[in-house]
Structure formats: structure tokens, C-alpha cells
Write a protein that binds this ligand. Structure first.
Ligand code: G
Ligand code: G
Ligand code: MN
Length: 547
């Protein structure tokens, strides 16, 4: 990518990454406001419903009292009764008697019969309702008359709906669901759209946004009544602005931090080859050695050299940088440094054990290049080692890189170096390798050693690998041996060599020297038998772990 385009791309990425938490915080602010407004609007509706339910209960109770009394309607006895009932019912303005759509008398006194006209509706409970009747001249307000069996109550339509609300523009309506077509029996606000009044299940509620309002509709569980409360949607927006004052700066801060982290990670990633190059130039690689043990004598007879990158910040493991080094063509420079270090260390091992063997990992690029042979010759010259002291170790992937590889391997073997196939059994063509290549050693991958003494599906595979290696007269090294039973199992089946945490983790040269020395004195076997030896945590015991 051209540099200019890369700058633009990373700038856009940074902006997008920074914008995400901000957008999330706006969404959060909106959700928070919506939830609060929804709760408020439901509270208004519940408030109104509670009052209407109280009125309905009082009406029911009053009607029962009136029915039990058995007095002549509007007689002096009845007037006293009506007055007593009215007095005890806080939500009722007055009680009265009706017949043939005419109000005959009320608890306020005998009056000229007042024609109520046709009833506006009749509820499911059989209550006849006459709405907004101007029974006394203004300024007295119109009243709702609810009648049943000749008994009536007069109710102020505004009493139920006059709840105190957060803003002035909250709309409220009271409905009789069984007579929904007659419209609301009490309203505060504009005419409410018909779809707001559509029934909800008895005892249920629903909240939705429509025509700029947040609408809550609830229906009584007991009575034939429902309430709609609508708050303007802008209340949500106002509230959201308020929340946003808190959420958005926090989101923006997160966005900036995230953007910074992402761009840092991107920059580190894109400059990884540059970092690797610098590490090679500054020789920041070192080598640790994992001991290889002879299972019959339990002596350390060799070791695998494993490269480590000590950067300014951390020790980077080869699993991470070897594939990248292979990809950007830097692996041979790393191999060269490993070989140089091994050449420097080898004399110290050979002084203790002239037959000691160090295995060096090689990649595909190493095995395609004739210079590798020269490099190995250089290693012998520098260390005074013999070819038998060096093993070249590579995975099948590295071996199968074309015809050049086979001839270089042949040259290496003809000089007396040994060649090992690493991680055997994990690739696709391990068998093909055995057929086409001339090898000395087969290293059984850790994955198969792990399954020993388990009933896993592949627990038998290790036996077949051992069989195959023996029929081809290959030395076998089992990798990843973590327990004594694994070691015993392998030894019983003819595996001579092993490496793994049971014998030693990768260690520095000083510790390996100590391990060789101990094992030469046969102290290692005694060490294995030591019953009081403790292990740390769940880590497999390791005889040569000195760190
Ligand atoms: O034990 P460790 O985590 O170091 O091993 C990780 C992997 O890195 C192993 O599979 C090993 O083969 C590989 N490796 C270790 N050192 C080298 C090296 O010097 N060259 C190459 N090509 N691979 C290595
Ligand atoms: O190249 P090779 O696959 O040999 O690399 C060996 C890898 O396995 C390294 O990462 C090394 O640290 C790791 N290793 C070595 N011995 C053991 C062991 O006994 N158990 C486990 N889990 N890992 C091991
Ligand atoms: Mn290896």
C-alpha cells in the first residue's frame, strides 16, 4: 500500500474506532432516558387507573348499601340514606336516583327531575354511563352520571385524570374497553389517535412510540376500564441530552484510548519485520536447551536448542516470531545466530560428554540453501565438535520443499550429521516423508505422548508410530514426556530417548551443564527415586528445572 493511502486508511480506522464508544454512549443515554420516560408514563397511567378503580369500588359498595335499605326512592328516608352514602365515599361527588334516563333526586337535595338523555355507554358490569352532564348551571362543572338498578353516582370526570405530571403536555384518557367505540369517558389533552386506544389484554399494559409521543396503555384487571397516558417524545430527547452530558465524554475518552491502543497494535504489527530485523542486527536472540534423556540409563545424552527473543519488554516465544520470520525471509539470519551460539556453547558440553548431541531446528528456507552445509561445517570448525554431535531437526513441512531439499539433506547426512523429523504425525504427509527422505531420528509429537494411558481416540497411534520407526531403523525421541508412567510406557515399547517437562524444561547453558554433570554421576536416577520430591502447583515435575 502506498504510504499516503496507508496514512489515510489508518486515520479513518482510528476515527471509526474512536466513534464506536461515542455512538455506544449515545445509544446508552437514549436507552436510559427511554426507560425512565417509559416508567414515568406507566406511573401516570397506573395512578389514574388506581383512582378509577377506587371510584368503581366505592360505587359498588354504595349501590349495595342503597339496594339493602329498601326505601322509596327520593323519600325523606332515602334522602338521608343517599346523603350518608355520599358522605362516606371520597371519590363520589353525589349519589342519586334515576329512572327512565332521568335523574330524580341527589344527595344534595330534591330537585326537578333532570333529563339525562340517551346513555353514552353501558359497561360490561351493566353500569349505564351518562357523560359530561351539565346538571347545575355554570360555573358548576359537567359531571359523569353512573347508574345501576335505579341508583346513581355523580363523579367529576377530571378527578381521576388530574394527576400531577412532569411536564404540561402529558395526555391522558380513560376508556371503557367493552364500549371502546363510544370513545374515552374522560380526557386530558388533544383528541387521542384511535390506534392509541386499541385494547390491551385485561390486567396488561403496552408501551410504544407513535406520532411524537411515548404512549402507555394499561387495562384494569378487575374493572371494565383502561387508561392511556401519552408523554411527548421530546421529553426523552431532553432527558437524553442530560444523560449524554455524562455518557458521551466517558465514551469519547474510551474511544480515544481504544483508538490509541488499536493504532499502537497496528503500528507494532506492521513494523514487526522491522523490529525483527533490528533484533537480528542487535543480536537479541539467545538459545535455551531442553535436555534429551536416554530412557534406559536416565542420562542426559543431548539437548534441543530452542531460540528465544529477548526484546526490551519481554521474552518472545518462537511460536510467535518463527512463522513471521519465515514469512518475511528473515529465518535464515536467525538460524545463523542460533548456530553461532550453539558453536560457542558446544565445547562446554563436549568437555563433560564427548558424545553429547545438540539438535538444531531448521526451517524450509534453511534446507533449500546450500549455504546451510557451509554453516554446519563452520559450526564444527568453531566448536571442535564432530558431525555426530549435531542433529538437524525439521518438520515435514520444511522437508517437503522441493527437490533441492533432498539433495542438501543427503549432503548433510553424508558428512555424518544426523537428521531428525520433528513433530512427527501432526502434518498431512508424515508418511510420505518417511518414504522419500533418508532420516536418522523420528521425534514423536507431544500430542501423541499426551494420550498415553488415556482412553482417547488416538491413544493407540503412538504404538503405530513406534512400530513404523522401528521397522525403518530410526532412533525415536518422544517429545513432551511429562510423567514417569509415560516414560515407562515408552521405554517398554522400545523408545530409547525422551524429552519433556518430566526430565527438564528448556534451560540455560549453566543449568544444562549442571544437569549433564549430575546425570554423568548417575545422581539423576537417584533423584527420580527420591520419594519426598515435591512438585510446584500443577506443573509436571521436572528433574532439571533449576529456575
Ligand atoms: O520450546 P519452544 O517454545 O521454544 O518451541 C516452539 C517452536 O519453535 C518449536 O516447534 C520449535 O521447533 C520452534 N523453534 C525453536 N527454536 C527454533 C529455531 O532456532 N529455528 C526454528 N526454525 N524453529 C525453532
Ligand atoms: O520444536 P518442538 O515441537 O520440539 O518444541 C517443543 C515445544 O514444546 C516448546 O514450546 C517447549 O517449551 C514445549 N514443551 C517441551 N516439553 C514439554 C512438555 O513436557 N509438556 C508441554 N506441555 N510442552 C513441552
Ligand atoms: Mn523441535
Amino acid at each position: 500500500m502506498p504510504p499516503k493511502r496507508r496514512v489515510v486508511t489508518s486515520l479513518i480506522t482510528a476515527l471509526l474506532v474512536a466513534a464506536m464508544p461515542v455512538l455506544a454512549s449515545i445509544y446508552l443515554a437514549w436507552m436510559e432516558s427511554y426507560t425512565m420516560e417509559k416508567t414515568l408514563s406507566l406511573t401516570y397511567a397506573q395512578d389514574v387507573l388506581r383512582r378509577i378503580e377506587a371510584t368503581s369500588s366505592q360505587f359498588e359498595e354504595a349501590q349495595q348499601k342503597a339496594a339493602q335499605a329498601k326505601v322509596t326512592p327520593c323519600s325523606p328516608d332515602d334522602m338521608r340514606l343517599l346523603h350518608t352514602i355520599d358522605f362516606g365515599a371520597s371519590h363520589i361527588k353525589a349519589t342519586g336516583r334515576v329512572a327512565h334516563d332521568t335523574l330524580l333526586c341527589t344527595s344534595q337535595g330534591v330537585m326537578n327531575p333532570a333529563a339525562l338523555g340517551k346513555p353514552d355507554l353501558t359497561t360490561a358490569q351493566g353500569v349505564t354511563e351518562y357523560l359530561n352532564k351539565q346538571l347545575s348551571p355554570p360555573p358548576a362543572r359537567p359531571l359523569n352520571v353512573f347508574a345501576s338498578n335505579g341508583f346513581a353516582v355523580l363523579v367529576d370526570p377530571n378527578l381521576a385524570v388530574s394527576v400531577s405530571t412532569e411536564g404540561p403536555d402529558v395526555e391522558l384518557a380513560v376508556l371503557v374497553p367493552s364500549a371502546a367505540q363510544s370513545g374515552p369517558i374522560a380526557v386530558i389533552g388533544q383528541n387521542l389517535p384511535a390506534n392509541w386506544l386499541e385494547p390491551v389484554p385485561q390486567g396488561g399494559d403496552s408501551t410504544f412510540i407513535d406520532a411524537g409521543y411515548l404512549v402507555s396503555h394499561i387495562q384494569s384487571a378487575k374493572w371494565d376500564v383502561a387508561v392511556v397516558a401519552a408523554t411527548p417524545q421530546r421529553y426523552i430527547n431532553d432527558r437524553m441530552r442530560h444523560f449524554a452530558l455524562f455518557f458521551v465524554p466517558v465514551g469519547a475518552l474510551c474511544g480515544v484510548l481504544l483508538s490509541f491502543t488499536v493504532s499502537l497494535a497496528t503500528r507494532m504489527h506492521s513494523s514487526f519485520p522491522a523490529m525483527l530485523r533490528r533484533a537480528i542486527k542487535e543480536k537479541n536472540f539467545c538459545v535455551v536447551y531442553q535436555p534429551v534423556v536416554d530412557l534406559s540409563t536416565r542420562r542426559v545424552i543431548g539437548a534441543e536448542a530452542l531460540v528465544r527473543w529477548r526484546s526490551d519488554y519481554a521474552e518472545i516465544r518462537p511460536d510467535y516470531f518463527i512463522p513471521q520470520a519465515e514469512e518475511c525471509g528473515l529465518i535464515q539470519l536467525i538460524t545463523k545466530q542460533v548456530v553461532t551460539i550453539v558453536g560457542r556453547d558446544l565445547p562446554q558440553f563436549l568437555k563433560l560428554d564427548p558424545d553429547f548431541r545438540v539438535a538444531i531446528n531448521m526451517s524450509a528456507a534453511d534446507l533449500c540453501d546450500e549455504h546451510t552445509v557451509e554453516m554446519l561445517d563452520g559450526l564444527l570448525a568453531a566448536s571442535g565438535a564432530l558431525p555426530k554431535n549435531i542433529e538437524v531437526e525439521a518438520t515435514e513441512r520444511a522437508f517437503l520443499q522441493g527437490p533441492g531439499t533432498a539433495s542438501i539433506l543427503d549432503t548433510i547426512r553424508s558428512k555424518g550429521f544426523t537428521v531428525a523429523i520433528d513433530d512427527f504425525g501432526t502434518g498431512y504427509s508424515s508418511l510420505a516423508c518417511l518414504q522419500t527422505l533418508s532420516l536418522d531420528t523420528l521425534k514423536i509429537d507431544r500430542a501423541f505422548v499426551e494420550t498415553i494411558n488415556t482412553d482417547g481416540a488416538t491413544s493407540q497411534v503412538v504404538l503405530h508410530i513406534i512400530e513404523m520407526a522401528r521397522s525403518l531403523h530410526l532412533d525415536i525421541v518422544a517429545e513432551g514426556v511429562e510423567t514417569e508412567p509415560q516414560a515407562q510406557y515408552l521405554f517398554k515399547r522400545g523408545v530409547l530417548y525422551a524429552q519433556g517437562w518430566h526430565f527438564g524444561r528448556p534451560m540455560d547453558i549453566a543449568h544444562l551443564r549442571e544437569g549433564i554433570r549430575l546425570s554423568m554421576e548417575s545422581k539423576l536416577a537417584a533423584f527420580i527415586a527420591e520419594p519426598t520430591r515435591t512438585t510446584v502447583g500443577d506443573e509436571p515435575s521436572s528433574l532439571l528445572t533449576f529456575r
